[in-house]
Design a binder for this molecule. Structure first.
Ligand code: 13P
Length: 335
């Protein structure tokens, strides 16, 4: 087994998932301001340190995706953040893209940037202790989108990123996110997501990326948030499995879904059904941002000194999602 494959299997071992705490400072500011907390470096650290030192980290969270600011921060107990995460029994990871910018030639779409100087930045992050990385390509659905140009150029960037990350001995998380914003049906989401993922693997293979040493981070197949024809959770799970079975090469060891704006319970319920029906060899786990942090953030914002209370809420969410990654979750366990 290669070293990268063994890291993937440890991160996703026994229902463990990934905490996506890699919000850029701009996004984190939005999240904090939504709960009336000022976005200072100290407050950003304080919330994140609260989660990273929660007991649930050890049992349920195999990896934490950090942002550049956070990987360099020192905790209140004078530890480096990656050390704290390792001590909790989890792997530190890092978001390495520099964000999605307007795609020249198709102004309503985005292309993710960050390849220039990436090899040098990766070496620096590796020294900070990162064992895996993340890059997110983003696609929106409308009649004419995602365009061939956006599908092609984002796949190319994801593949060049992945090859550089593996060269530096880290596991790349490959995240092509087809957004749930819009009026589109689940069927359209299925068709577009399949096209996007297939193109990503075409490029990953062209760039000689070792597929056993990556984690795919896709969206679930959902109807758009403005679509009138919602589908059931069972249908979400079945369509998601069908899409991945048809588009992802069997060498890929693990898939960790993003939550993408679903509510906490919805994301957990869908993940649980995906695992109940899982007829593939892929490990199907989670790499949630909002669906792991939302309730904890709300609680914390009421009293940022209440570390135990905040951790309790986070531990419960992590536990529920790990149960879902094993197909053992049920609604009754939420109370
Ligand atoms: P959400 O689970 O909030 O979609 O975040 C996951 C993520 O890392 C998006 O890049």
């Amino acid at each position: 087994m290669s070293e990268l494959n063994s890291i993937v299997l440890k991160i996703l071992n026994k229902g463990k998932g990934i905490l996506a705490a890699d919000e850029s400072t701009a996004t984190m500011t939005k999240r904090l301001e939504s709960v009336k907390i000022q976005s200072t470096a100290e407050n950003r650290l304080s919330f994140r340190e609260t989660l990273f030192s929660a007991s649930g980290m050890t049992e349920y969270i195999g990896g934490v995706i950090l942002y550049d600011e956070t990987i360099k921060q020192i905790t209140s107990k004078k530890n480096k953040i990656p050390e704290l995460i390792s001590e909790m029994g989890s792997f530190p990871g890092i978001k390495v893209d520099t964000g999605a910018k307007v795609l020249a030639g198709s102004p309503n779409e985005k292309i993710t940037e960050g390849l220039d100087g990436l090899r040098e930045r990766l070496k620096e992050y590796y020294k900070f202790g990162a064992k895996f990385t993340k890059w997110r390509g983003v696609y929106n659905i409308s009649k004419e989108h995602p365009s061939k140009l956006s599908i092609q150029s984002n796949a190319h960037a994801l593949a060049r990123y992945s090859a550089l990350v593996q060269e530096c001995n880290m596991v790349p998380i490959v995240e092509p996110e087809v957004l749930m914003d819009g009026e589109h049906s689940a069927k359209e989401c299925f068709v577009k997501t399949s096209e996007v993922i297939k193109k990503c693997f075409e490029e990953l293979i062209l760039h000689k990326v070792d597929l056993k040493g990556i984690i795919l981070k896709p969206n679930m197949i959902l109807a758009g948030n403005k679509c009138k024809d919602k589908i059931s959770n069972e249908e979400v799970a079945k369509l998601t499995l069908k899409c991945l079975k048809e588009s992802v090469p069997s060498e890929v060891p693990g898939i960790a879904f993003l939550s993408g704006g679903q509510s906490e319970i919805e994301a957990t319920e869908n993940l649980n059904l995906i695992n109940k029906f899982n007829n593939t060899n892929f490990i199907m786990s989670y790499s949630f941002g909002r669906a792991l942090q939302q309730s904890a953030l709300k609680f914390w914002s009421q009293d940022i000194k209440n570390i135990d209370g905040t951790q309790k809420i986070f531990n419960q969410r992590a536990k529920m999602n790990t149960l879902a990654a094993l197909g053992k979750w049920s609604k009754e366990l939420e109370n």
